[in-house]
Design a protein around this ligand. Structure first.
Ligand code: PLP
Length: 421
């Protein structure tokens, strides 16, 4: 028998995110046509973007020394200097952020960035306190949930729910319930939010940023789907960065998840800390995404691609998925879709559903449809009683139309049965 350490017992025995990635990877590699994979965060396959990646790979192969440098060299732990320079220029020139190369560090995907940041800032401190990460609004990204190497360190706050019309709703930060005491190490939000597709408004972000500054703690913004790239951002809102912000980005959702490239834009001390952790954990990061993307960042082409290809692609997918929901879901069913303001998912709430979302997940799995039970996204609330936690599902709309449409038809059929309609 293997006896794991405390660290081991936290990380070695599975998690919601592992189950999700396992289902996703298996369905993609061997699922065949029968599985309707609406479960993971797999970005869609966009022909125009695939053509760009192919072009870049050819350019790398044809440029003397480029391929050899990409696969044959270790980058510095902080990331590839040319890539970082191009990013700093893009952020300062195009977005007006006061950012230099010193503010940027690369990681093995956004997921790794969060593991580093959360564990560096929260958890047991030298003076014996247990610092926490405040999630001002849950549901929040499942991938954060199991990342603590020590005690659980999330403290989450229930949102206000604004019902919109017959079949829509939006979460809003409940500022009255937001308490920031001495044990809060940082505030964290994903924007657009995975799973709900919510985009916190500019006013909400300004308020959170002001609160963070007032308490001298950072505001961590997970910008995996946000602007300026991949810009899967449908709401009328703006990206935010200031000296008190830790912004994470990723090359995954623009179409390069296999390269595992995350970007942290942060105060210099934090960017240095991230580089230090990269060196200890992995020496350096994968270079391929940085090589593929660098000229596109330097020329600004990444902005045109994000605005004119990636965003319209997902906006259309979201619109179609919503149309199929209203087509297949009986109007008398008490369902509500969260406003789809960004990211890759529809988040559907079945008010007063007679079974839990986990049961619904199992029933759908038996019918070949993989979704994610919403319950996984409500961590950090302790034992708070809240029926809503078990009444939501997340479905991804990035797959081929036939898969998404048939998946939604089957979800509607099962839900009707559950409500006895
Ligand atoms: N943050 C959010 C909100 C996500 O949805 C994801 C992936 O789905 C990540 C971070 C991590 O992505 P990656 O590690 O591929 O950059």
């Amino acid at each position: 028998m293997t006896d794991f350490s405390i660290f081991g017992s936290k990380l070695c025995d599975g998690s919601g995110i592992e189950e999700l990635m396992h289902d996703l990877g298996n369905a993609l590699s061997s699922g065949g046509d029968d599985i309707k994979m609406l479960g993971g965060g797999q970005p869609g396959s966009i022909p125009e973007m695939n053509a760009i990646w192919r072009r870049r790979m050819e350019e790398i192969m044809e440029t003397p020394g480029e391929m050899e440098a990409m696969v044959g060299n270790y980058d510095p732990p902080k990331g590839n200097p040319k890539f970082i320079k191009a990013l700093a220029q893009l952020f300062s020139e195009k977005l007006g952020w006061d950012v230099t190369e010193k503010n940027i560090a690369i990681t093995a995907g956004g997921q790794t960035a969060f593991f580093f940041l959360f564990n560096a800032l929260a958890g047991r401190t030298k003076d014996g306190r247990r610092k926490k990460i405040l999630l001002p609004l849950v549901p929040e990204y499942i991938g954060y949930a199991n990342q603590s190497v020590g005690d659980d360190f999330f403290k989450a706050v229930k949102p206000k729910i604004e019902k919109i019309g017959e079949h829509q709703f939006k979460y809003r930060v409940d500022f009255e319930s937001l308490q920031i005491d001495d044990d809060i190490a940082a505030i964290c939000v994903s924007r657009p939010t995975n799973p709900s597709g919510n985009v916190l408004t500019d006013a909400e972000m300004d308020k959170l940023s002001a609160l963070a500054s007032q308490h001298n703690i950072p505001l961590i913004i997970d910008n995996a789907y946000g602007a300026p790239f991949p810009n899967i951002f449908f709401a009328d809102a703006n990206p935010l960065w200031n000296e008190n912000t830790i912004l994470t980005m990723s090359l995954s959702k623009i179409g390069l998840p296999g390269t595992r490239t995350g970007i942290v834009v942060a105060p210099v001390r934090i960017a240095e800390a991230v580089a230090s952790m990269s060196a200890i954990v992995g020496l350096a990061n994968s270079s391929s995404g940085q090589y593929i993307m660098e000229p596109l960042i330097r020329s600004g082409e990444v902005l045109t691609l994000s605005n004119e290809v990636v965003k319209p692609f997902y906006l259309e997918k979201s619109d179609k998925a919503q149309q199929w929901v209203s087509e297949f879901f009986d109007d008398s069913l008490p369902y509500r879709i969260h406003l789809s303001e960004g990211a890759l998912f529809l988040w559907i709430w079945f008010e007063d559903m007679p079974v839990s979302s986990k049961v619904l997940y199992e029933r759908l799995k038996e019918r070949g449809v993989l979704i994610v039970s919403g319950s996984y996204f409500f961590f950090g609330l302790g034992d708070t009683e809240w029926k809503h936690r078990d009444q939501c599902i997340r479905m991804t709309f990035t797959m081929e139309e036939t898969v998404v449409k048939e998946g939604i038809r089957i979800i509607a059929e099962e839900v009707k049965k559950i409500y006895g309609k």
